[in-house]
Design a protein around this ligand. Sequence first.
Ligand code: GLY
Length: 331
Amino acid sequence: MRRRKFLKNSSTITAGLISAPILASCQETKSVEPTASKESIGIKPIAICTWNFQNATAKAWEVLKDGGRSLDAVEQGVMIEEADVNNQTVGKGGRPDRNGNVTLDACIMDKDGNCGAVLCMQNIAHPVSVARKVMEDTPHVMLAGKGAEQFAYEKGFEKVDLLTEKSKQEWLEWKKTSQYKPIINIENHDTIGMLAIDKFGDISGACTTSGMAYKYGGRVGDSPIIGAGLFIDNEVGGATATGVGEEVVRTVGSFLIVELMRQGKSPQEACEEGVKRIIAKNKDNTDFQIGFIAINKKGETGSYCIQPGFTFRQYSKEGHVNNPSDSFINS
Ligand code: GLY
């Protein structure tokens, strides 16, 4: 199958099968909660994350409000979603690849540009914490597959069966036909990417996902790739992504957005430019979703996506809000 065709198909792989939870996620954008202005006024500390993962930002805020470090805030924040078996796109409970294996990707990056990542790792419930161990305890940045899993055991992580009965039954159902139905904005990428600034003004980020449902075995998206799914430069800001990872990798999206902020763009302007670069490479097919969020050194935030429906959560002393993102389509 040609790569372009696979991407088109894969963005809709589970359309018929998982539309209910994804639609639920999209419907959350109709929340009546107060929303922050599109570009908030520069407040610290602050935590933001892709989608409406309010328990994750609440956990990050617990760390930040007591003077904790942004690195701890983003790790502990995204761990909430990794542990939530009802979240079928991150951690335990995530949808498997087409062979029935749940494989997880995650990365973390700190204020000093240190970073760690695990790719295609099985049987470990908290890949973000293994990524942090890679960053702190090894001379490497990325560990993949069996090597990452073995490293996790050496660091004391327990072996866990990540495939829940619900995800298993859905996979067995999908296997009967493996049919792809194109439905706009029904995608299986509720990856959580989180960015935080602590009271010291230091920025960190984390990103974690089970990746594309029913992907080829061994497939890795953008989420654990530093510069694609996540990038932090403590002098400038940070960015992270959700959506079809192949397209984010092609533009090194998060690095691009941070560099655009370095050149003077606001987080909002930088996210918009990031999405437009992806659109420019996909003029004939924009029926997939990508969402970026970004924060700058001042604590100003921004977001932009291709399809309507993407939101991002924000927690600061000004409140805990779910911000609908502007989108390239219908914007
Ligand atoms: N953005 C997550 C993935 O493509 O795997």
